[in-house]
Structures are given as structure tokens and as C-alpha cells.
Ligand binder design. Structure first.
Ligand SMILES: Nc1ncnc2c1ncn2[C@@H]1O[C@H](COP(=O)(O)OP(=O)(O)OP(=O)(O)O)[C@@H](O)[C@H]1O
Length: 240
């Protein structure tokens, strides 16, 4: 589904992802992990086709990609109700601002029921709790019917119950044959739910079965790889 070879993603010549080589198979349920600043969001953006200056090779063999941004990046003050927000998931197929039709409305209601929010359709999104908003984002994603689902810290600031409910949806999507990649910081959750992990710290530290990837030795290597004195731009390091 995805392959990258010697992939480097840099902001102003400073690489956030460096010489990354690997593959992610169709149907994977993969956790992308690494310390703060490891390049996880940058890599996800590139996979989603939103990083113009990639060097090296990156192949993604589908255009049906859905992206769940970090919740902090979602404008909650936008004056829109839950039903209209979730309906945006159907835009790729019916076009923006077109009438949803009876079938479309039924699909929105089904998605809201699947995330446990039946009856919330008329609420403004500004009047939801953080956990409820995350459920709404999952409902929107569901309607996109994507082959590849990319989720950036989907469980940040949501409680255990909401996490378990939403995690069940990820398992369901995978059972439907979709490929699911999630950026996560909760290593216990990753160990419990994700068969495969990719650990990066600008460079690849390890990829494979989660228990092997998340060894103490690998996690320590990842922490060291991002030591503060290793943060200078490539140009000045070469000159030093
Ligand atoms: N728009 C940008 N312009 C310049 N530098 C950026 C930009 N976005 C990210 N970076 C830098 O790239 C590096 C990787 O950032 P990225 O957000 O990909 O890491 P991350 O692994 O997702 O981190 P976190 O776990 O903290 O969310 C960081 O050093 C960050 O400061």
C-alpha cells in the first residue's frame, strides 16, 4: 500500500524525517510512534500527499485517503451543527453544499449511531465535549469510505471509555480491509491493540511486530537519536 525509499522530508533544509526506507502493507493496523519532534506528523502529511518538497521515493497506491487531524487543529468555533459537519465526509462523492438526499442523511445518522452519538445531529460542534468531538471526527472519517485511514493522535485527551469505543472502530475498519495508521504516544495502548509498529526518531529505529519494536533498547535509541545537540540544520552541521 505504501513504500518509501531513502525518504527525506525537510523544513528549511532541516530534516524532520531522514533517509527513511520501509513498506506498509495493505490491510495493516500500524502504530506510528516516536518521541516529540520525531517527524510522525510530517510523515503522515507526506503519505496524505500534503508535503510538496519530499526527497527520495514515496509511493502510496491509493488516492482514497482519509485524514484525522490532531484535534487542536480543528476549528471548533466554526458555526456548523454535528450533522452538517459529519456530512462533509460525503463531499468527495456528492460534492460540497449539494443536498445530501434521503440516502445521504441516513448514512450520516448511521455514522452518528456507530460512534454513539445518535440524537446529537442538531448540536453545534462548539457545544461538544472533547471526547464527543473526537467521536464526531470519527463519524466524518467513516463516511469518507477510504482505503487508507491516517489518524494523528486520535486518543489524545479522550477518556478510557471513549478510547475503547473508538479503538473498536479502528479494528472494524481493518476487518473491512482498510489500512489504518495511527500516531500514538500511549505505548500500553499500542501494545494491546496494534499488531505492527513503526518507531521513528527522524530516522527509522525499528518496524515490525509491536512487542519487538517497542523493546526498551529501541525506545532508548529513539530518545537518544533526538538529543538536543543533534538538532542543528544539516548545512551548519556539515560546516562544523
Ligand atoms: N511547519 C513547520 N515548519 C518548520 N519546522 C517544522 C514544521 N512542522 C514541524 N516542524 C519540525 O519538524 C520536526 C518534526 O515535527 P513533527 O510535528 O513531524 O513531529 P512529531 O513526531 O509529530 O511530534 P509530536 O509528537 O510532538 O507531535 C520538529 O522538529 C518540528 O519542530
Amino acid at each position: 500500500m505504501i513504500s518509501f525509499k531513502d525518504l527525506t522530508l525537510a523544513y528549511d533544509r532541516q530534516p524532520a524525517v531522514h533517509h527513511l526506507t520501509g513498506q506498509i502493507a495493505r490491510g495493516a493496523l500500524l502504530a506510528l510512534v516516536g518521541p516529540n519532534g520525531a517527524g510522525k506528523t510530517t510523515l503522515m502529511r507526506a503519505i496524505a500527499g500534503d508535503f510538496p518538497s519530499a526527497e527520495g521515493e514515496l509511493k502510496v497506491d491509493t488516492k482514497r485517503i482519509a485524514w484525522l487531524p490532531q484535534q487542536a487543529d480543528v476549528d471548533r468555533q466554526f458555526p456548523i451543527d454535528v450533522r452538517a459537519f459529519v456530512a462533509m465526509g460525503l463531499w468527495a462523492r456528492i460534492g460540497a453544499f449539494r443536498d445530501l438526499g434521503r440516502k445521504g442523511r441516513a448514512r450520516v445518522d448511521e455514522a452518528l449511531a456507530a460512534v454513539g452519538l445518535s440524537g446529537f445531529g442538531a448540536r453545534p460542534i462548539s457545544a461538544l465535549s472533547g471526547g464527543q468531538m473526537q467521536r464526531v471526527l470519527f463519524a466524518r472519517l467513516m463516511l469518507q469510505d477510504a482505503e487508507l485511514c491516517l489518524l494523528d493522535e486520535p486518543f489524545a485527551a479522550v477518556d478510557a471509555r471513549t478510547t475503547e469505543d473508538l479503538m473498536a472502530l479502528l479494528h472494524q475498519w481493518r476487518a473491512e480491509g482498510r489500512t489504518v495508521i495511527a500516531v500514538l504516544h500511549d505505548m500500553d495502548l499500542v501494545r494491546r491493540h496494534f499488531p505492527e509498529a513503526l518507531l521513528i526518531a527522524r530516522e527509522k529505529i525499528a518496524q515490525g511486530p509491536t512487542a519487538e519494536v517497542l523493546s526498551e533498547a529501541n525506545l532508548a535509541r529513539a530518545r537518544l537519536a533526538l538529543a538536543p545537540d543533534d538538532r542543528a540544520p544539516l548545512a551548519s552541521r556539515a560546516a562544523a
